[in-house]
Design a binder for this molecule. Structure first.
Ligand code: CO8
Length: 372
Protein backbone atom coordinates (compact mmCIF):
# COMPACT_ATOMS: atom_id res chain seq x y z
CA UNK A 1 0.00 0.00 0.00
CA UNK A 2 1.29 3.46 -0.90
CA UNK A 3 0.82 5.88 1.99
CA UNK A 4 0.62 9.67 1.86
CA UNK A 5 0.56 12.67 4.16
CA UNK A 6 -2.52 14.45 2.83
CA UNK A 7 -2.89 17.43 5.16
CA UNK A 8 -1.22 19.37 7.96
CA UNK A 9 -2.46 21.84 10.57
CA UNK A 10 -0.85 24.27 12.98
CA UNK A 11 -2.24 25.78 16.16
CA UNK A 12 -0.27 28.91 17.05
CA UNK A 13 -0.80 30.21 20.61
CA UNK A 14 -2.09 33.77 21.07
CA UNK A 15 0.81 35.23 23.10
CA UNK A 16 4.37 36.14 22.08
CA UNK A 17 7.30 36.63 24.43
CA UNK A 18 10.20 38.51 22.84
CA UNK A 19 13.76 37.87 23.97
CA UNK A 20 13.84 41.39 25.44
CA UNK A 21 10.77 40.74 27.62
CA UNK A 22 12.08 37.34 28.66
CA UNK A 23 15.50 38.68 29.64
CA UNK A 24 14.05 41.65 31.51
CA UNK A 25 11.87 39.36 33.68
CA UNK A 26 14.70 36.87 34.25
CA UNK A 27 17.22 39.55 35.18
CA UNK A 28 14.79 41.12 37.65
CA UNK A 29 14.24 37.65 39.17
CA UNK A 30 18.01 37.12 39.47
CA UNK A 31 18.44 40.54 41.11
CA UNK A 32 15.71 39.75 43.64
CA UNK A 33 17.34 36.39 44.42
CA UNK A 34 20.72 38.05 44.86
CA UNK A 35 19.22 40.66 47.23
CA UNK A 36 17.48 37.92 49.17
CA UNK A 37 20.68 35.92 49.58
CA UNK A 38 23.01 38.92 49.90
CA UNK A 39 24.49 37.73 53.20
CA UNK A 40 25.27 34.21 51.96
CA UNK A 41 26.75 35.67 48.77
CA UNK A 42 28.89 38.12 50.77
CA UNK A 43 30.06 35.24 53.01
CA UNK A 44 31.07 33.27 49.91
CA UNK A 45 28.56 30.51 50.70
CA UNK A 46 26.54 31.10 47.56
CA UNK A 47 27.22 32.19 43.99
CA UNK A 48 25.25 35.21 42.80
CA UNK A 49 22.90 34.49 39.89
CA UNK A 50 24.32 35.80 36.61
CA UNK A 51 22.14 37.77 34.22
CA UNK A 52 20.83 36.63 30.84
CA UNK A 53 21.21 38.59 27.62
CA UNK A 54 19.37 38.98 24.32
CA UNK A 55 22.68 39.00 22.41
CA UNK A 56 23.72 35.65 23.90
CA UNK A 57 20.37 34.04 23.12
CA UNK A 58 20.31 35.16 19.50
CA UNK A 59 23.92 34.27 18.84
CA UNK A 60 23.86 30.88 20.63
CA UNK A 61 20.49 29.67 19.35
CA UNK A 62 18.97 31.85 16.59
CA UNK A 63 15.78 32.19 18.66
CA UNK A 64 14.15 35.65 18.57
CA UNK A 65 10.80 35.01 20.28
CA UNK A 66 8.45 32.22 21.33
CA UNK A 67 4.68 31.68 21.45
CA UNK A 68 3.05 30.72 24.75
CA UNK A 69 -0.46 29.65 25.66
CA UNK A 70 -0.51 31.99 28.65
CA UNK A 71 1.83 34.85 29.37
CA UNK A 72 0.54 35.43 32.87
CA UNK A 73 3.05 34.30 35.50
CA UNK A 74 6.02 33.61 33.21
CA UNK A 75 7.19 37.22 33.26
CA UNK A 76 6.39 37.79 36.94
CA UNK A 77 9.76 37.82 38.78
CA UNK A 78 7.97 36.55 41.89
CA UNK A 79 6.59 33.48 40.05
CA UNK A 80 8.50 32.57 36.85
CA UNK A 81 6.14 29.90 35.56
CA UNK A 82 2.83 30.13 33.70
CA UNK A 83 -0.51 30.31 35.45
CA UNK A 84 -3.01 27.88 33.92
CA UNK A 85 -6.61 27.73 35.09
CA UNK A 86 -7.44 24.20 36.21
CA UNK A 87 -10.39 22.72 34.32
CA UNK A 88 -13.10 20.38 35.60
CA UNK A 89 -13.09 16.80 34.24
CA UNK A 90 -16.23 17.60 32.22
CA UNK A 91 -14.41 20.31 30.21
CA UNK A 92 -12.11 19.59 27.26
CA UNK A 93 -8.54 19.61 28.56
CA UNK A 94 -6.13 22.24 27.25
CA UNK A 95 -3.92 19.73 25.44
CA UNK A 96 -6.95 18.20 23.73
CA UNK A 97 -8.28 21.67 22.86
CA UNK A 98 -5.17 22.79 20.97
CA UNK A 99 -4.82 19.34 19.38
CA UNK A 100 -8.42 19.44 18.15
CA UNK A 101 -7.80 22.91 16.67
CA UNK A 102 -4.71 21.78 14.73
CA UNK A 103 -6.52 18.54 13.80
CA UNK A 104 -9.48 20.38 12.24
CA UNK A 105 -7.12 22.41 10.06
CA UNK A 106 -5.23 19.30 8.94
CA UNK A 107 -8.49 17.44 8.21
CA UNK A 108 -9.86 20.40 6.23
CA UNK A 109 -6.62 20.53 4.21
CA UNK A 110 -6.93 16.80 3.51
CA UNK A 111 -10.62 17.12 2.57
CA UNK A 112 -11.65 14.87 5.45
CA UNK A 113 -13.80 15.13 8.56
CA UNK A 114 -13.28 13.64 11.99
CA UNK A 115 -15.59 10.77 11.03
CA UNK A 116 -13.04 9.63 8.40
CA UNK A 117 -10.35 9.14 11.07
CA UNK A 118 -9.98 5.68 12.61
CA UNK A 119 -6.71 6.14 14.53
CA UNK A 120 -5.49 9.08 16.63
CA UNK A 121 -1.91 9.34 17.84
CA UNK A 122 -1.18 12.03 20.39
CA UNK A 123 2.61 12.29 20.31
CA UNK A 124 4.38 14.90 22.44
CA UNK A 125 7.23 15.38 24.90
CA UNK A 126 4.88 15.53 27.89
CA UNK A 127 1.27 14.57 28.58
CA UNK A 128 -1.10 16.66 30.64
CA UNK A 129 -2.23 13.70 32.74
CA UNK A 130 -1.60 9.99 33.22
CA UNK A 131 -4.93 8.69 31.85
CA UNK A 132 -7.28 8.39 30.10
CA UNK A 133 -4.99 8.86 27.10
CA UNK A 134 -5.07 12.36 25.62
CA UNK A 135 -5.54 10.74 22.20
CA UNK A 136 -8.87 9.23 23.27
CA UNK A 137 -10.17 12.60 24.44
CA UNK A 138 -9.05 14.12 21.11
CA UNK A 139 -10.66 11.23 19.20
CA UNK A 140 -13.91 12.05 21.00
CA UNK A 141 -13.57 15.82 20.44
CA UNK A 142 -13.22 15.47 16.66
CA UNK A 143 -15.79 12.69 16.30
CA UNK A 144 -13.32 10.03 15.13
CA UNK A 145 -13.86 6.27 15.31
CA UNK A 146 -11.36 3.45 15.69
CA UNK A 147 -8.78 3.88 18.44
CA UNK A 148 -6.16 6.23 19.81
CA UNK A 149 -3.14 6.23 22.09
CA UNK A 150 -0.40 8.51 23.41
CA UNK A 151 3.30 8.36 22.63
CA UNK A 152 6.26 10.19 24.10
CA UNK A 153 9.69 10.10 22.48
CA UNK A 154 10.52 13.72 23.50
CA UNK A 155 11.59 15.76 20.45
CA UNK A 156 11.15 12.78 18.16
CA UNK A 157 7.55 12.07 19.17
CA UNK A 158 6.11 13.35 15.87
CA UNK A 159 8.40 11.42 13.53
CA UNK A 160 8.10 8.25 15.60
CA UNK A 161 4.30 8.64 15.46
CA UNK A 162 4.47 9.14 11.70
CA UNK A 163 6.14 5.75 11.30
CA UNK A 164 3.43 4.13 13.46
CA UNK A 165 0.77 5.86 11.35
CA UNK A 166 2.33 4.71 8.07
CA UNK A 167 2.66 1.13 9.34
CA UNK A 168 -0.93 1.10 10.63
CA UNK A 169 -2.22 2.08 7.19
CA UNK A 170 0.08 -0.45 5.47
CA UNK A 171 -1.01 -3.28 7.78
CA UNK A 172 -4.70 -2.44 7.43
CA UNK A 173 -5.06 -1.59 11.14
CA UNK A 174 -6.26 1.90 10.16
CA UNK A 175 -7.31 3.70 7.00
CA UNK A 176 -6.92 7.32 8.04
CA UNK A 177 -4.62 8.34 10.90
CA UNK A 178 -4.49 11.67 12.67
CA UNK A 179 -1.15 12.50 14.33
CA UNK A 180 -1.22 15.47 16.73
CA UNK A 181 1.71 17.05 18.58
CA UNK A 182 0.45 19.37 21.30
CA UNK A 183 3.61 20.77 22.90
CA UNK A 184 2.96 22.81 26.04
CA UNK A 185 6.67 23.25 26.75
CA UNK A 186 6.09 26.39 28.83
CA UNK A 187 4.86 24.18 31.68
CA UNK A 188 7.98 21.98 31.82
CA UNK A 189 10.90 24.26 31.15
CA UNK A 190 12.72 25.99 33.98
CA UNK A 191 12.15 29.71 33.40
CA UNK A 192 14.46 30.45 36.37
CA UNK A 193 17.54 28.93 34.69
CA UNK A 194 19.34 31.23 32.22
CA UNK A 195 20.90 28.25 30.45
CA UNK A 196 17.51 27.14 29.14
CA UNK A 197 14.88 29.82 29.84
CA UNK A 198 14.98 31.01 26.22
CA UNK A 199 14.84 27.67 24.46
CA UNK A 200 11.20 26.58 24.16
CA UNK A 201 7.80 27.68 22.90
CA UNK A 202 4.24 26.27 22.82
CA UNK A 203 2.47 25.08 19.68
CA UNK A 204 0.48 22.16 18.26
CA UNK A 205 0.88 20.47 14.87
CA UNK A 206 -1.31 17.89 13.16
CA UNK A 207 -0.88 15.52 10.20
CA UNK A 208 -3.29 13.33 8.28
CA UNK A 209 -1.84 10.03 7.02
CA UNK A 210 -3.83 7.74 4.72
CA UNK A 211 -3.58 5.31 1.81
CA UNK A 212 -2.78 6.99 -1.53
CA UNK A 213 -5.96 5.59 -3.05
CA UNK A 214 -8.27 7.23 -0.48
CA UNK A 215 -6.51 10.62 -0.61
CA UNK A 216 -8.32 13.41 -2.46
CA UNK A 217 -6.18 16.38 -1.40
CA UNK A 218 -4.21 18.13 -4.18
CA UNK A 219 -1.24 18.44 -1.82
CA UNK A 220 -0.14 14.84 -1.21
CA UNK A 221 3.28 13.63 -0.05
CA UNK A 222 4.05 9.96 -0.49
CA UNK A 223 6.04 8.49 2.39
CA UNK A 224 8.98 6.74 0.67
CA UNK A 225 10.49 5.48 3.90
CA UNK A 226 10.81 5.97 7.65
CA UNK A 227 13.79 5.25 9.88
CA UNK A 228 13.93 5.53 13.66
CA UNK A 229 16.84 5.20 16.08
CA UNK A 230 17.45 5.66 19.80
CA UNK A 231 20.56 5.64 21.99
CA UNK A 232 20.32 6.21 25.73
CA UNK A 233 21.72 9.47 27.09
CA UNK A 234 21.25 11.53 30.26
CA UNK A 235 22.35 14.73 28.53
CA UNK A 236 18.70 15.86 28.19
CA UNK A 237 16.55 14.77 31.08
CA UNK A 238 13.46 15.55 33.17
CA UNK A 239 12.81 13.46 36.31
CA UNK A 240 9.21 14.56 36.80
CA UNK A 241 7.00 11.51 37.16
CA UNK A 242 4.38 9.60 39.06
CA UNK A 243 6.89 8.20 41.59
CA UNK A 244 7.90 11.68 42.80
CA UNK A 245 5.52 12.01 45.73
CA UNK A 246 6.14 8.42 46.85
CA UNK A 247 9.84 9.26 46.87
CA UNK A 248 9.09 12.31 49.05
CA UNK A 249 10.71 14.42 46.34
CA UNK A 250 10.47 18.22 46.26
CA UNK A 251 8.18 18.97 43.27
CA UNK A 252 10.11 22.21 42.75
CA UNK A 253 13.54 20.54 42.64
CA UNK A 254 15.61 21.46 39.57
CA UNK A 255 15.62 17.91 38.20
CA UNK A 256 11.80 17.88 37.89
CA UNK A 257 11.90 20.14 34.82
CA UNK A 258 13.81 20.17 31.52
CA UNK A 259 17.59 20.29 31.89
CA UNK A 260 20.41 19.55 29.49
CA UNK A 261 24.09 19.75 28.80
CA UNK A 262 23.64 21.86 25.68
CA UNK A 263 27.22 21.66 24.39
CA UNK A 264 27.35 17.88 24.81
CA UNK A 265 24.01 17.47 23.03
CA UNK A 266 25.18 19.67 20.18
CA UNK A 267 28.43 17.71 19.76
CA UNK A 268 26.91 14.24 20.06
CA UNK A 269 23.68 14.69 18.13
CA UNK A 270 24.97 16.50 15.01
CA UNK A 271 27.07 13.55 13.70
CA UNK A 272 24.34 11.05 14.69
CA UNK A 273 21.65 12.97 12.81
CA UNK A 274 23.79 13.50 9.70
CA UNK A 275 24.80 9.81 9.55
CA UNK A 276 21.21 8.72 10.16
CA UNK A 277 19.83 10.80 7.29
CA UNK A 278 22.66 9.77 4.94
CA UNK A 279 22.15 6.05 5.60
CA UNK A 280 18.38 6.34 5.31
CA UNK A 281 18.66 8.09 1.94
CA UNK A 282 21.29 5.59 0.75
CA UNK A 283 19.00 2.67 1.65
CA UNK A 284 16.34 4.27 -0.57
CA UNK A 285 18.85 4.81 -3.38
CA UNK A 286 19.26 8.59 -2.98
CA UNK A 287 22.09 11.05 -2.38
CA UNK A 288 21.60 13.93 0.08
CA UNK A 289 22.21 16.36 -2.81
CA UNK A 290 19.07 15.01 -4.54
CA UNK A 291 16.91 16.19 -1.66
CA UNK A 292 15.06 19.39 -2.53
CA UNK A 293 14.23 20.27 1.07
CA UNK A 294 15.14 19.24 4.62
CA UNK A 295 12.60 20.02 7.34
CA UNK A 296 14.85 19.51 10.35
CA UNK A 297 14.22 19.56 14.08
CA UNK A 298 14.31 23.17 15.23
CA UNK A 299 16.54 23.45 18.29
CA UNK A 300 19.50 25.52 17.22
CA UNK A 301 20.40 27.30 14.00
CA UNK A 302 24.08 26.28 14.17
CA UNK A 303 23.16 22.66 14.75
CA UNK A 304 20.98 22.52 11.62
CA UNK A 305 23.63 24.23 9.51
CA UNK A 306 26.22 21.71 10.66
CA UNK A 307 23.98 18.68 10.00
CA UNK A 308 23.45 19.93 6.45
CA UNK A 309 27.12 20.76 5.94
CA UNK A 310 28.02 17.19 6.86
CA UNK A 311 25.39 15.89 4.45
CA UNK A 312 25.97 18.01 1.35
CA UNK A 313 29.48 19.31 2.05
CA UNK A 314 28.66 23.01 1.80
CA UNK A 315 26.64 25.73 3.52
CA UNK A 316 22.97 25.73 2.58
CA UNK A 317 20.35 28.42 3.04
CA UNK A 318 16.70 28.51 4.01
CA UNK A 319 15.63 27.28 0.57
CA UNK A 320 17.17 23.86 1.28
CA UNK A 321 16.71 23.81 5.07
CA UNK A 322 14.13 26.35 6.23
CA UNK A 323 14.24 27.63 9.80
CA UNK A 324 11.23 28.44 11.91
CA UNK A 325 12.96 28.59 15.28
CA UNK A 326 13.57 32.34 15.13
CA UNK A 327 9.79 32.82 15.35
CA UNK A 328 8.68 29.71 17.31
CA UNK A 329 11.82 28.73 19.30
CA UNK A 330 12.26 25.01 19.97
CA UNK A 331 8.80 23.44 20.05
CA UNK A 332 10.07 19.93 20.87
CA UNK A 333 8.52 17.35 18.53
CA UNK A 334 6.48 19.91 16.57
CA UNK A 335 9.47 21.82 15.15
CA UNK A 336 10.19 19.80 12.01
CA UNK A 337 6.44 19.52 11.35
CA UNK A 338 5.99 23.32 11.56
CA UNK A 339 8.81 23.65 9.02
CA UNK A 340 7.07 21.09 6.77
CA UNK A 341 3.72 22.86 7.23
CA UNK A 342 5.03 26.33 6.38
CA UNK A 343 7.67 25.55 3.77
CA UNK A 344 6.45 23.08 1.18
CA UNK A 345 3.97 24.93 -1.05
CA UNK A 346 6.68 25.90 -3.58
CA UNK A 347 7.83 22.32 -4.25
CA UNK A 348 6.74 20.51 -7.43
CA UNK A 349 5.62 16.95 -8.17
CA UNK A 350 8.55 14.55 -7.89
CA UNK A 351 10.51 16.70 -5.45
CA UNK A 352 12.10 14.76 -2.60
CA UNK A 353 12.12 15.97 1.00
CA UNK A 354 13.25 14.76 4.42
CA UNK A 355 11.52 15.47 7.73
CA UNK A 356 13.99 14.73 10.54
CA UNK A 357 13.79 15.10 14.31
CA UNK A 358 16.55 14.68 16.87
CA UNK A 359 16.58 15.20 20.61
CA UNK A 360 16.22 13.70 24.05
CA UNK A 361 16.66 9.95 24.37
CA UNK A 362 18.72 10.41 22.26
CA UNK A 363 16.19 9.82 19.53
CA UNK A 364 16.29 10.42 15.79
CA UNK A 365 13.50 9.91 13.28
CA UNK A 366 13.63 10.57 9.55
CA UNK A 367 10.76 10.45 7.08
CA UNK A 368 11.56 10.63 3.36
CA UNK A 369 8.67 12.05 1.33
CA UNK A 370 8.02 12.76 -2.33
CA UNK A 371 5.53 15.31 -3.60
CA UNK A 372 2.82 13.53 -5.63
N1 CO8 B 1 22.63 34.63 28.82
C1 CO8 B 1 23.96 34.90 28.91
N2 CO8 B 1 24.88 33.95 29.06
C2 CO8 B 1 24.47 32.68 29.16
C3 CO8 B 1 23.12 32.33 29.09
C4 CO8 B 1 22.18 33.38 28.92
N3 CO8 B 1 20.85 33.13 28.84
N4 CO8 B 1 23.00 31.01 29.20
C5 CO8 B 1 24.22 30.51 29.35
N5 CO8 B 1 25.14 31.52 29.33
C6 CO8 B 1 26.59 31.41 29.47
C7 CO8 B 1 26.98 30.09 30.06
O1 CO8 B 1 26.88 30.11 31.47
C8 CO8 B 1 28.42 29.96 29.59
O2 CO8 B 1 29.25 30.72 30.44
P1 CO8 B 1 30.74 30.18 30.82
O3 CO8 B 1 31.45 30.12 29.49
O4 CO8 B 1 31.22 31.23 31.74
O5 CO8 B 1 30.52 28.83 31.42
C9 CO8 B 1 28.41 30.63 28.22
O6 CO8 B 1 27.23 31.45 28.22
C10 CO8 B 1 28.32 29.63 27.10
O7 CO8 B 1 27.30 28.68 27.40
P2 CO8 B 1 27.07 27.38 26.60
O8 CO8 B 1 28.36 26.69 26.33
O9 CO8 B 1 25.97 26.59 27.25
O10 CO8 B 1 26.50 28.02 25.25
P3 CO8 B 1 26.27 27.38 23.85
O11 CO8 B 1 26.91 28.23 22.85
O12 CO8 B 1 26.56 25.94 23.84
O13 CO8 B 1 24.69 27.57 23.66
C11 CO8 B 1 22.71 26.20 23.69
C12 CO8 B 1 23.77 26.91 24.51
C13 CO8 B 1 21.92 27.24 22.91
C14 CO8 B 1 21.80 25.45 24.63
C15 CO8 B 1 23.40 25.25 22.69
O14 CO8 B 1 24.36 24.46 23.34
C16 CO8 B 1 22.43 24.32 22.00
O15 CO8 B 1 21.48 24.73 21.36
N6 CO8 B 1 22.70 23.01 22.07
C17 CO8 B 1 21.88 22.03 21.44
C18 CO8 B 1 20.81 21.76 22.38
C19 CO8 B 1 19.74 20.92 21.80
O16 CO8 B 1 19.54 20.77 20.64
N7 CO8 B 1 19.03 20.37 22.69
C20 CO8 B 1 17.97 19.58 22.31
C21 CO8 B 1 16.89 20.21 23.02
S1 CO8 B 1 15.94 18.99 23.69
C22 CO8 B 1 14.64 18.95 22.74
O17 CO8 B 1 14.68 19.53 21.68
C23 CO8 B 1 13.42 18.27 23.29
C24 CO8 B 1 13.49 17.89 24.73
C25 CO8 B 1 12.16 17.56 25.26
C26 CO8 B 1 11.26 18.75 25.25
C27 CO8 B 1 11.33 19.53 26.49
C28 CO8 B 1 10.32 20.65 26.45
C29 CO8 B 1 10.39 21.56 27.65
Amino acid sequence: TRVVISGTGLYRPPHVISNAELVEAYNRYAELQNERHADAIAAGERQPMASSSVEFIEKASGIKQRYVLVKDGVLDPARMYPRFEPRPDEQLSLMAEIAADAARQALAAAGKTGADVDMVLCAASNMQRAYPAMAIEIQNAIGAGGYGFDMNVACSSATFALEQAVNAVKSGSARCVLVVNPEITSAHIEWRDRDCHFIFGDVCTALVVEAADTATSADRWEVMGTKLATKFSNAIRNNFGFMNSAEDADPDARDKKFRQEGRKVFKEVVPMAAAHIASHLAALGHEPTQVRRFWLHQANVGMNQLVLKKLVDHEVGGDIAPLILDEYANTASAGSIIAFHEHRADLAAGHLGVICSFGAGYSIGSIVVRKC
